[in-house]
Design a protein around this ligand. Structure first.
Ligand code: ADP
Length: 401
């Protein structure tokens, strides 16, 4: 009986450590695939590299205990992780990227590992509880292909984890992706989106694209399941050459990079609000009419959503709001992941909703283009005037527009 209690206590102590770590991580992503060899690890490594190059603090965790390949893809030869005070020290790849892989704890990295479920579950939990990770904007987990113990442990342990599913275009891979989708549904893990890898070969001589493994299957699967299609990466033989030579993929000037940039932007703009926003990224909503700020916040036809990272405008999206009804538009704005809103006037009830949802409001802005307003806002040249905030309430009492 007492042995039971000890195990239980050890488990809950570990739970606590895992919780403490996960609270320091804004976004948790697991990269999954139905089949092996479709480029899941390559995508995981690229995601980590691109996000860290954009200034996000990223942790990359390789939980593929049977075939860890992240170190090789990053060109980290002889990865060895130190253990200090019983804590695994992640490998610092660059200022913003830390890597933990089972490979760094093995004496003979090439020897295949035969581990049964409970051990695998234990090691994954240990990577979360006992590694000396810093605070992270993103934790990216490279899981083995399929729907076995590793993704299941991740889904059960990291309850706000989201899946990125990688596939190649041909049916044999797509059939397995459907299993990954079903798995995510079963364990209630949201799917951030699908990436189609090895989607066509861009001929370096003539520049035309050849669909070697077909193309478009990933997009179609995403559509069939009403999921986000994040993008397609072409085949680049240099990726194989660099990977095999252990040189790492970060220095490659690859056509994959262009697509990867777009995928990362897509991922950043699709992150759900509840996970909070990365420290250095803000999303500013502005109601617009004829390309300039609209004074009628609750009744304007479109909103511009401007993503600013490290003080630079990265992205502008146009969003069409749902029909006006009390409280609908402010909640909808907050649901889009906005951290800030710039308006001419605003009703008290809308202001209260924004306050409650943690969206900063700048009220009383002049009629100008969204870009100019954002520049002024970022340089603190826009003054918020609270008196104009009754503006829309007045319209409501007149029956609205
Ligand atoms: P998985 O993690 O799905 O098993 P990997 O990322 O290890 O797949 O990739 C499998 C092989 O395919 C590796 O040799 C890798 O270099 C290669 N590869 C992955 N993506 C591409 C690509 N877009 N173009 C060319 N080769 C690729």
């Amino acid at each position: 009986m007492s042995g039971h209690t000890e195990v239980h206590q050890e488990f809950s102590a570990q739970d606590k450590m895992i919780d403490q770590f996960l609270q320091k991580v804004d976004h948790k992503l697991i990269v999954m695939s139905g089949k092996g060899g479709v480029g899941k690890s390559t995508v995981a490594a690229n995601l980590a590299l691109f996000l860290s190059n954009q200034g996000y603090r990223v942790g990359l965790l390789d939980v593929d205990v049977h075939g860890p390949s992240i170190a090789g893809l990053l060109g980290i030869t002889d990865l060895k992780l130190n253990i200090i005070n019983n804590k695994i020290q992640p490998h610092r790849y660059n200022d913003h990227l830390e890597v933990v892989s089972i490979q760094g704890l093995l004496d003979t990295p090439d020897k295949p590992l035969i581990w049964r479920g409970p051990v695998k579950i234990g090691i994954i939990r240990q990577f979360l509880a006992d590694a000396n990770w810093g605070a992270l904007d993103f934790l990216i987990i490279d899981s083995p292909p399929g729907t076995g113990d590793e993704p299941l442990t991740v889904a059960q342990t990291i309850t706000d984890c989201q899946a990125v599913i990688v596939t190649t275009p041909q049916e044999i891979s797509l059939a397995d992706v459907r299993k990954s989708i079903q798995f995510c549904k079963k364990v209630n893990m949201p799917i951030l989106g699908i990436i189609e890898n090895m989607s066509g070969f861009i001929c370096p001589t003539c520049g035309s694209t050849h669909a070697i493994f077909k193309s478009g299957g990933g997009k179609k699967t995403a559509q069939d399941y009403n999921l986000t299609f994040l993008g397609q990466l072409p085949i680049d033989p240099n990726i194989v050459i660099a990977g095999d030579a252990g040189q790492g993929i970060d220095t490659l000037n690859s056509p994959v990079n262009i697509e990867m940039h777009q995928i990362v932007d897509h991922i950043i703009s699709n992150l759900p609000k509840h996970q909070g926003n990365c420290n250095n990224t803000i999303k500013i909503a502005i109601p617009v009419v004829d390309g300039k700020l609209s004074n009628h916040f609750g009744h304007c036809a479109e909103f511009r959503l401007i993503t600013v990272q490290d003080g630079t405008i990265r992205k502008q999206d146009t969003l069409i709001p749902p029909p006006h009804a009390p409280g609908v538009i402010p909640n909808w704005v907050a649901d889009q992941g906005c951290t800030d809103i710039i308006v001419g006037g605003l009703g008290k009830s809308a202001l209260a909703i924004f306050n409650e949802r943690g969206v900063r409001v700048l009220c009383g802005a002049p009629s100008d283009t969204p870009k100019n307003l954002v520049s002024l806002y970022l340089s603190n040249e826009l003054q918020s005037s609270n008196n104009t905030c009754n503006h829309e309430d007045h319209h409501h009492s007149c029956g609205g527009h």
